[in-house]
Design a protein around this ligand. Structure first.
Ligand code: ZN
Length: 404
C-alpha cells in the first residue's frame, strides 16, 4: 500500500504550508474534485435513505458544550475558547449539540420519528502537532455526520440501517475495513449517564450487529463519553488503525437537551439518539482511498476521467470537439496536445486516467476514436458518440469496471 502523504503530493491532491500550520492541509483542484464527488455521492445516498440535510455553524457558545457534556469530558481535545464581547465561543468538537438544537427548534410528534438529520460539516480537534501528518489526523475536519432521533423502539432498526449504509458505501468505494469494533466503557473512564443506559445502548448495538451478520470484537475503554459505539476500523499504509465509520447509541444527550416528542398517548416522551458517520471525516476517507487504489481511482472518482490525445496537431480540431462532447456529457476531461510531448510520453503522464482517447489521422477522418484503457487494454476504434456514451455510462453506474 502506498503512503497517501507521498502519493497525494505527487498527484497534486493536497498540500500543506507552515504558514497555515500543522494539521491544516488544503485541497488542490484535483483533491477538491475527489471531495466534491464523495460529498455528492453520500448526500444522494442519504437523501434516498430518508435523511434531511441541514447546515449549522462551526462555532457555538461555551454553554452549548457545557450542556452537551463535551466541556466536562472532552475539553483537552478542544481549542480554547475565544472571547467575543461578553461571551466565550468555541470551535465545535462535534456536530451533535447543534443537531440536538435542530431537533428542538419546534415541537415534535411521534409521527415525525425517526427524524434523520444529516450534515457534512466542519469540526475541530486540538491534535498535538507531533501526531499530525497528511490527511489522516488533522485539526480542521469535515465530517459526514448524521443524528437519528427516534423512539426507543426504533433504535435497533436505525442502527441496523446505518450499518447497511456503511457496508454499501465501502463496497462502492472499494474500501476494505480491517475490523468492526464494539467500543464499550472502560474501568474508571469518564462516562456520562447511568449504567442502565449504557447496558441498554450496548445491547441495542449488539442486536444491530447480529441482525446484519457482522463479526466484531468488543473492546473496553473505547466508547464515547455519552455512550458505546460500533467503530469500523481501517488500517493505513503505516499499519496504523483508525476509525472511519461509526454508529453510536446515546440516551444521555437527549436528556441533557431535554428533547421530547408527543407520543400517541398525547404525553411527552424522550427520544433516543443514534449518531452515525458513514464516510467519517472526508480527509481520512480520502487518505484511505488514495492508499487503497494507489491513485488509480474507479472511473466515477477519478479527478480526470478522459484524456484526449491527438496524435499530431492535424487532429487538434477533432480533439477539441471531442473534449467538448465529453464535458457536455458531464465527464471530467482534459486535452493533452502534441506540444506536451510525444504520444508515448503523454500516455505515460496520463497513466492513472481511466480513459485515454487517441485520435490519429484515420480516426479523425472517420469521426472515430481509439480508446486506451488504464489497465493497458486497447479498444477497437469506435464512433465518438458511442465512446462518450459508454464512458459516461461507466461513470454513472459507479462501478469498478472500466469498460463493457
Ligand atoms: Zn454526534
Amino acid at each position: 500500500m502506498p503512503d497517501h502523504r507521498k502519493l497525494g503530493r505527487e498527484l497534486h491532491l493536497f498540500a500543506t504550508d507552515p504558514l497555515i500550520g500543522a494539521g491544516l492541509p488544503f485541497l488542490l483542484p484535483d483533491g477538491a474534485v475527489l471531495r466534491h464527488t464523495l460529498e455528492e455521492y453520500v448526500r444522494d445516498l442519504e437523501r434516498r435513505a430518508g435523511y434531511r440535510h441541514v447546515y449549522s455553524p462551526v462555532l457555538g457558545k461555551r454553554e452549548l458544550y457545557e450542556r452537551s457534556g463535551h466541556w466536562a469530558h472532552y475539553r483537552e481535545d478542544m481549542f480554547p475558547p475565544m472571547r467575543v464581547g461578553g461571551e466565550e465561543v468555541v470551535l465545535r468538537p462535534s456536530l451533535c449539540p447543534h443537531h440536538a438544537l435542530v431537533y428542538r427548534s419546534r415541537a415534535r410528534s411521534h409521527r415525525e420519528l425517526p427524524l434523520r438529520i444529516a450534515e457534512l460539516g466542519g469540526m475541530y480537534r486540538a491534535e498535538l502537532s507531533g501526531v499530525l501528518g497528511g490527511l489522516n489526523r488533522v485539526r480542521a475536519i469535515q465530517l459526514n455526520d448524521a443524528h437519528l432521533f427516534c423512539t426507543p423502539d426504533q433504535v435497533a432498526a436505525e442502527a441496523h440501517g446505518a450499518l447497511e449504509l456503511i457496508r454499501r458505501v465501502h463496497r462502492d468505494l472499494g474500501l476494505r475495513p480491517a475490523r468492526y469494533r464494539l467500543s464499550l466503557a472502560g474501568e474508571g473512564g469518564k462516562h456520562a449517564g447511568s449504567p442502565e443506559q449504557w447496558d441498554r445502548a450496548a445491547a441495542l448495538l449488539v442486536e444491530a450487529l447480529d441482525s446484519s451478520g457482522i463479526e466484531y470484537e468488543a473492546v473496553a475503554g473505547e466508547a464515547a463519553f455519552y455512550g458505546p459505539k460500533i467503530d469500523v476500523q481501517v488500517v493505513d499504509s503505516a499499519g496504523r488503525e483508525s476509525t472511519l465509520s461509526t454508529v453510536q447509541v446515546d440516551f444521555h444527550q437527549p436528556e441533557r437537551f431535554d428533547l421530547r416528542y408527543t407520543g400517541p398517548d398525547g404525553a411527552a416522551h424522550r427520544p433516543a439518539l443514534v449518531h452515525r458517520s458513514v464516510l467519517g471525516s472526508l480527509e481520512r476517507a480520502m487518505a484511505q482511498l488514495v492508499e487503497e487504489h494507489g491513485g488509480a481511482f474507479p472511473p466515477w472518482l477519478a479527478p480526470v476521467q478522459v484524456l484526449v490525445l491527438p496524435v499530431s496537431d492535424a487532429q487538434l480540431p477533432e480533439a477539441s470537439a471531442l473534449l467538448e462532447r465529453c464535458l457536455d456529457a458531464g465527464l471530467r476531461a482534459e486535452l493533452a496536445s502534441p506540444d506536451q510531448g510525444s504520444l508515448g510520453a503523454r500516455v505515460r503522464a496520463g497513466r492513472l486516467v481511466p480513459y485515454q482517447a487517441v485520435l490519429g489521422a484515420a480516426e479523425a477522418a472517420g469521426g472515430q476514436v481509439a480508446p486506451r484503457l488504464r489497465d493497458g487494454r486497447k479498444v477497437d476504434a469506435l464512433d465518438v458518440g458511442e465512446f462518450v456514451a459508454r464512458a459516461a455510462a461507466r461513470v454513472a453506474d459507479r462501478g469498478r469496471e472500466l469498460w463493457g
